[in-house]
Design a protein around this ligand. Structure first.
Ligand code: ADP
Ligand code: ZN
Length: 603
């Protein structure tokens, strides 16, 4: 039965990975926590049970724009869905609440603040609830990278409806975060579903910063000249500067940051969703809730604050599964700046420690000589045996140097100091500094005291990060942030295993061979199919404009590509194309068939 709905309503052949098992649990009245990468298909996991169970499914999401997008998409399928948030005026809210009370809604999206209001909770006790879905559930956890106190209270709400199945969903949650979600929401152990984190279609690359704007321009012009993308910068000023510069260079770019008037922000976001090939230059204020599936690249002009942020931001590229790029330009000055931001933050010591650890892990990723994907996935507790073949270090291996001796010195110093200190202290010992801490622990008497004078503080810190990244050391973030040896480091200490560190490349020279171009989306189409794809895309844009919705809500690029390649001639054939369900077939089938038919006749 769930499969039937997937096929007829959503137009997809079969479930992905764990979708079916998750749906079955909810149908049986049990709970689930779903950790799945962006684009993995989390929403179907609660949408289908909400359609099948009696009553209304409540979806809590902190992201207003995302609510609207999802509701628009559901309405395209003739599903009865609404949202309640501050964007609606009094009259509209009243009508939504009426619909809720009448029991006609399959799904209702609400912001957490709304859900928590006593009046609203009261309303909920008067209607049948099919399920409670908590999106962006990492916000519940203090170990998450985006902790929101108001999310914490969701656990209480959940307790008020103990018999309503609950599903928590997020794309980014490390192990402590997962445990906290499950525990706070009383989700059974068997209800935890962790899908692989990998986004194989995203190609990761980090380049050494050297005239960042030119680097960005070259990246866009060689690989993404007509594509939609997001460029992240740390400050508002830089956002303005980069956006203006891209426009001067002839690109269609808009700024987005919290300092812009609300209307301007809304308009720029709307244009990004509804136009094709627009670049938005933004601070992290942009993108929460950007569900646009055909974002072909995400570029970082500055290093983000944690692997979670980086993964979430880069994860906005290629949600449709087609090839996409995640590109960052990275320099030491950024590290210093971010360290200052973190140390000035008002968080308490415990949180600062967590933030430091996360930031260092990301710096380690940038400095690593290993496959980027292996490093990222291992941070999230996912292992990957072979290098991926689709990141910069795999495609163009970096120069390395033998750092085995340095690694041995560092690891044995961690061992001698008792595996309880952070990198700063260990480095001080290696450099033979007489700090108060060293004196009070008597560490000047250790055999590793002062044995590392051949490297600078900066080099040792980089070595420490790379050792963590390579999994020879782990960081005790739930305690005091001390470094510990992992089982893997035995071989290094015994001299059985060589450790390679990244040699920073010389600044790129202009004359370098043209960068390897990624298989951009259009490479999927040959010269014969491209014009038909373009024609189908024009029709999609026209239909979307008429309704004031983003084009991808009508059909995804992948559906258009399948149409252009398969060229169905009848309504029946069209129904077999992925992403074409019964309602869309009825609404749009004929128009798309006409375009294909005209095209075939002309050629
Ligand atoms: P998430 O919320 O995990 O980021 P979505 O639920 O938005 O991901 O799904 C991502 C895309 O994948 C959507 O376009 C969705 O329609 C599509 N999708 C989901 N499940 C399937 C499936 N079983 N087969 C094909 N496409 C699917
Ligand atoms: Zn790789």
């Amino acid at each position: 039965m769930p499969l039937k709905i997937l096929q007829t309503v959503f137009g997809y052949d079969q479930f992905r990975l764990q979708q079916e098992a998750i749906i079955q649990r909810l149908l049986a009245g049990q709970n689930a926590a779903v950790i799945m990468p962006t684009g993995g298909g989390k929403s179907i996991c609660y949408q289908i049970p909400a359609l099948m169970r009696k009553g209304t499914g409540i979806v809590v999401s902190p992201l207003i724009s995302l609510m609207q997008d999802q509701v628009d998409a559901l309405k395209q399928l003739d599903i009865c869905a609404e949202y309640l948030n501050s964007n609606l005026d009094g009259g509209q809210q009243y009508r939504v609440i009426e619909a809720l009370l009448s029991g006609s809604l399959d799904l209702l999206y609400v912001a957490p603040e709304r859900l928590m209001m006593p009046d609203f909770l009261n309303l909920l006790t008067r209607v049948d609830l099919s399920l409670l879905a908590i999106d962006e559930a990492h916000c519940i956890s203090q170990w998450g990278h985006d902790f929101r106190p108001e999310y914490r209270k969701l656990a209480e709400v959940r307790n008020q409806f103990p018999n309503v199945p609950c599903i928590a969903a997020t794309a980014t949650a490390d192990d402590p975060t997962r445990r906290e979600i499950v525990q706070q929401l009383h989700i059974e152990d068997e209800g935890l579903f962790v899908a692989g984190f990998d986004r194989p279609n995203i190609r990761y690359a980090v380049v050494q910063k050297n005239n960042a704007k030119q680097q960005l321009l070259r990246f866009i012009e060689t690989q993404h000249s007509k594509d939609a993308g997001i460029v992240y910068c740390l400050s508002r000023r830089k956002v303005e500067d980069v956006a203006q510069w891209l426009v001067e260079q002839g690109h269609n770019a808009l700024p987005y940051h919290a300092g812009l008037a609300a209307e301007v922000r809304l308009e720029n976001q709307d244009r990004f969703l509804k136009e094709e090939g627009l670049i938005v230059v933004a601070t992290i204020a942009f993108g929460m809730g950007i569900d646009k599936p055909n974002v072909r690249f995400v570029a970082h002009m500055d290093i983000p604050k944690s692997p979670e942020s980086y993964y979430q931001e880069t994860g906005r590229a290629g949600r449709d599964g087609l090839p996409a790029n995640a590109w960052m330009t990275y320099g030491l000055a950024d590290v210093v700046l971010m360290q200052k931001i973190l140390s000035d933050s008002e968080a308490d010591e415990e949180h600062k420690r967590v933030e430091w650890h996360k930031f260092n892990a990301l710096v380690g990723y940038c400095e690593s000589a290993q496959c980027r994907r292996q490093v990222l996935l291992s941070y999230f507790g996912d292992t990957m045996d072979e290098p991926c073949g689709n990141c910069d270090t795999c495609l163009t291996p970096v120069e390395t140097f033998d750092g085995t001796v340095a690694a041995q010195k560092f690891l044995s110093c961690v061992h001698r100091t008792g595996q309880r200190f952070g990198a700063g202290h260990v480095v001080d010992v290696l450099l033979g500094k007489m700090t108060n801490k060293i004196e009070s622990f008597g560490h000047q008497a250790l055999s590793t005291f002062g044995i590392g004078e051949e490297h600078s503080v900066g080099q040792w810190r980089s070595i420490a990060r790379q050792l963590v990244t390579a999994n020879y050391l782990s960081v005790d973030i739930e305690g005091y942030g001390g470094l510990r040896l992992t089982p893997d480091c035995g071989a290094v200490l015994k001299g059985e295993k060589q450790v390679l560190f990244r040699k920073d490349p010389k600044p790129e020279r202009r004359s370098r061979k043209k960068e390897k171009t990624s298989p951009a989306k259009n490479d999927l189409l040959d010269d014969q199919t491209q014009p038909l794809f373009d024609a189908l895309r024009d029709l999609r844009l026209e239909l979307a404009r008429e309704q004031g919705i983003p084009p991808y809500i009508i059909f995804h690029d992948s559906t258009l590509i399948a149409l252009a390649q398969n060229r169905p001639k009848t309504v029946d054939d069209l129904g077999y194309i992925p992403g074409v369900g019964a309602v869309k077939l009825e609404r749009y089938g004929e128009a798309f068939l006409n375009v294909i038919c005209t095209f075939e006749n002309r050629n």
